[in-house]
Structure formats: structure tokens, C-alpha cells
Design a protein. Structure first.
Length: 78
């Protein structure tokens, strides 16, 4: 499902995507102008990616990303 008003192949906000420029995986957080905003699984700084470089993550990549998020949530505060 594409981002509202977005290009086909760009996952909706909350979905996982791959930045084809460097292979990073991120959860789509929305748009910043023409670009798609992604956040790494488990947290970290967001980055922008042009929509033509965004690919929907495969099921295996999504599973690894969700495990990373769950592991991060389970860590004790430091």
C-alpha cells in the first residue's frame, strides 16, 4: 500500500522499506517534501530517501527488523 499521494512501491507510514542506495532498512515515518522519511528498526536518527530509491522490504527483512525493535524495547534503561 503506497503512502497517500505517494508513488507505487513506497510502503505506507508504519511499513518497512529498504533504501536501495545503501541497503539500509527503515520504518516509514512519513514524507518530507518529495522524500520518504525512514527510521532504523530499534530507533536512531531518521533519514530521507527519494521515493524512486525506496523498495518494499521482503518478509525476511521485515521479520529481522521487527526482532530488532522488540529487542530494543526489552532492554533495561541505561
Amino acid at each position: 500500500m503506497p503512502v497517500e499521494g505517494g508513488e507505487p512501491g513506497v510502503p505506507a507510514a508504519g511499513g518497512f522499506a529498504v533504501d536501495a542506495r545503501d541497503g539500509r532498512v527503515g520504518r516509514v515515518t512519513g514524507r518530507a517534501g518529495p522524500n520518504v522519511r525512514l527510521r532504523p528498526p530499534g530507533g536512531g536518527p531518521e533519514w530521507e530517501c527519494p521515493p524512486e530509491a525506496v523498495r518494499t522490504a521482503s518478509p525476511g527483512v521485515v521479520l529481522r527488523a521487527r526482532v530488532a525493535e522488540i529487542n530494543r524495547e526489552g532492554q533495561l534503561p541505561r
